[in-house]
Design a binder for this molecule. Structure first.
Ligand SMILES: Cc1cc2nc3c(=O)[nH]c(=O)nc-3n(C[C@H](O)[C@H](O)[C@H](O)COP(=O)(O)OP(=O)(O)OC[C@H]3O[C@@H](n4cnc5c(N)ncnc54)[C@H](O)[C@@H]3O)c2cc1C
Length: 561
């Protein structure tokens, strides 16, 4: 039973709520989270799927939470958050049996702090592998690695965790790279569209396709979208195996468990099955929340972990300046064509676990079975650039030419499946939820299981229906049913192309985590630095709250960001 009065209440108990809750509680505020679902963590969750005995990450699977400041600020490794870092990293197998194979270039050397160090050996391995496909691309990769190591990696971390800053503050850490004396980021490349970047930077169809497909995993962007420096560097970090593919023991829910343990250590409270009906506002000032059961909880500050639309809806139209309210409503508009920049079009997945009796065997090279992020598909940039890959997904739900990503975490985390059995997460992209009826989505959900097994079997012949145990593949319909913050069933709450990042996210007037209602803040991934586990919105939101309330706990002063 919640108390009637807290210093801080958080609406929603999703991923960013569990992070900011730790900061607020550690700063000495009496803090409580209110979550509508039966479990905490939002997208950082797990379920016993596809059949009993297996653990599936139903939402976020790929995480690197050890890079988030909360990992060290709250000693999460000591609270049970254990990552394993495979030596192999990211690979792509093409239909002719050729492949690109990357080794982890920045392996973590201290699991308690997440500190990593550069491995020249791994870099050479990856450069050689790309160079065997195309010599020029190998040289390009070598140059990118130098710049990443020399300046880009650090700037990326600062950008992610420092908040968008005020208007007129000058260049952000990534914009500053455009003028870096030694490792400049070429704006002519980095500010291009995904398609332009892929075809300017790389010569081979293999690497061009890799970049365009992998940036979908990063952020769902289409070839005609601009990723901006943030997602561009993010995607390079992945496809060139610079950042480790980290495996969480016990699945993604372990992140939530560790954060909740830390939160409780500082006296925090959380309540599941407690849906917030509205934020209480008087005279343009938030003073608490009302639950759907009618209970009122008073608080000095209210922090929203919801999508921007729900953050607005819960606090009431009359409390918002009319022009900002109108902007928020516009985000919900249905686009009139495939290629405009509406807000919820990009991150819809067909995504889930396939359980097999035996692990896949790859005749191209048995070691490919021990790659934590393995892509398959034809090197066909034109399929992406022409828009066919997207259009077929919009028309059929499943593209005719598939591009699977397989993540066999069980190879490093035996808790994910019964002894001797195998399971892997498999990813393909689809279209927004509104394209199909619930019945049609249920059919797609069945069809995709067989399509995925069939496609995977082209690269690993022992992946077939004789080896198949079960699968549970989430569609956008499953995402919508689970979480009202993801209105079109995408994995991101609000698209994060360049036009919706940094000072522009969710829109310019409210990009600084303070809502136009006093004492009301936005900590969710609808704010900078966008969706994904361990991103910076909650940490940066806490900085703003600490400034407003004069809180003493300021771990960034020592860290420098
Ligand atoms: C299918 C899928 C795959 C994904 N894969 C990845 C991945 O591999 N890697 C990655 O980094 N990220 C991934 N993500 C994204 C990641 O899960 C999100 O970016 C992250 O969870 C966002 O955190 P958040 O705190 O902003 O929102 P959420 O985690 O969504 O939390 C919002 C919370 O608010 C609750 N809520 C809503 N309304 C109310 C209300 N009225 N009252 C109380 N509570 C309410 C919701 O139930 C939810 O728990 C994936 C997401 C999905 C859906």
């Amino acid at each position: 039973m919640p108390d009637r009065k807290y210093d801080a209440v958080i609406v929603g108990g999703g991923h960013h709520a569990t992070i900011i809750a730790c900061y607020l509680a550690r700063a000495g505020l009496k803090t409580a989270m209110f979550e509508r679902w039966h479990e905490m963590g939002g997208g950082a969750c797990g379920e016993e799927l596809p059949v009993p005995g297996y653990i599936q990450n139903v939402c976020a699977h790929f995480t690197r939470f050890y890079t988030n400041p909360a990992y060290t600020d709250f000693e999460l490794r000591d609270h049970g958050l254990v990552y394993v870092f495979p030596e192999n990293n990211e690979a792509w197998i093409y239909p002719d049996g050729s492949y690109i194979f990357g080794k982890t270039m920045f392996p973590v050397i201290d699991p308690f702090t997440g500190k990593s160090s550069f491995s020249q050996e791994a870099a050479d391995y990856t450069i050689k592998s790309v160079g065997e496909i195309n010599k020029d691309d190998g040289d390009t990769v070598a140059q990118i690695i130098e710049s990443y190591k020399g300046a880009w990696k650090e700037a990326f971390g600062k950008y992610r965790y420092s908040g968008p800053g005020e208007w007129g503050d000058g260049p952000d850490p990534l914009e500053a790279l455009f003028n870096h004396p030694k490792y400049p980021l070429d704006p002519k490349i980095a500010l291009g569209t995904v398609g332009e970047i892929a075809t300017t930077m790389f010569k081979s169809p293999e690497m061009q396709t890799f970049y365009m497909r992998a940036i979908q995993t990063s952020n769902g962007l289409f070839p005609q979208d601009r990723p901006g420096p943030y997602w561009h560097i993010h995607a390079l970090g992945l496809i060139l195996s610079m950042e480790p593919a980290a495996i969480v023991q016990g699945g993604t829910h372990s992140i939530t468990h560790a954060l909740l343990r830390a939160f409780e250590r500082y006296g925090g409270e959380f309540f599941v099955l407690n849906e917030v009906n509205k934020v209480l506002v008087d005279n343009k000032k938030a003073y608490g929340i009302e639950l759907t059961n009618g209970d009122k909880i008073l608080a000095d500050i209210v922090v929203s972990d919801l999508s921007i639309e729900l953050t607005m809806d819960k606090s009431g139209k009359d409390n918002w300046p009319a022009e900002l309210w109108a902007k928020g409503q516009k985000l919900k508009d249905k686009p009139d064509d495939l290629y405009n920049t509406s807000a919820y079009e990009r991150t819809q997945l067909l995504w889930g676990n396939i359980a097999l009796m035996d692990a896949p065997k790859y005749p191209q090279n048995p070691e490919l079975g021990m790659v934590p992020r393995l892509y398959f598909g034809k090197a066909d940039p034109e399929y992406f650039l022409s828009g066919r890959y997207q259009k077929e997904r919009w028309d059929l739900g499943i593209a005719n030419q598939m591009y699977l990503l397989v993540a066999p975490d069980v190879q490093w985390d035996p808790t994910r499946a019964p002894a001797g059995r195998f399971a892997a997460l498999v990813e393909e992209f689809t279209c927004p939820w509104r394209q199909f009826s619930e019945k049609q989505w249920l059919k797609i959900k069945k069809d995709i299981e067989f399509r995925m097994v069939e496609e995977w079997g082209k690269y690993a012949p022992n992946v077939n229906m004789d080896n198949f145990i079960s699968a549970w593949i989430a569609t956008p319909d499953d995402v919508v049913n689970r979480n009202p913050c993801m209105p079109q069933g995408g994995w991101g709450a609000l698209d994060a192309n360049y036009e919706r990042l940094g000072r522009l996210r969710p829109f310019p007037e409210i990009s600084g985590y303070r809502m136009p209602i006093k004492n009301y803040y936005l900590c969710s991934s609808a704010a900078h630095s966008a969706h994904g586990i361990g991103r910076g919105s909650s940490y940066a939101c806490y900085k703003v709250i600490a400034q407003d309330l004069g809180l003493k706990y300021k771990p960034w002063e020592e860290r420098g960001w």
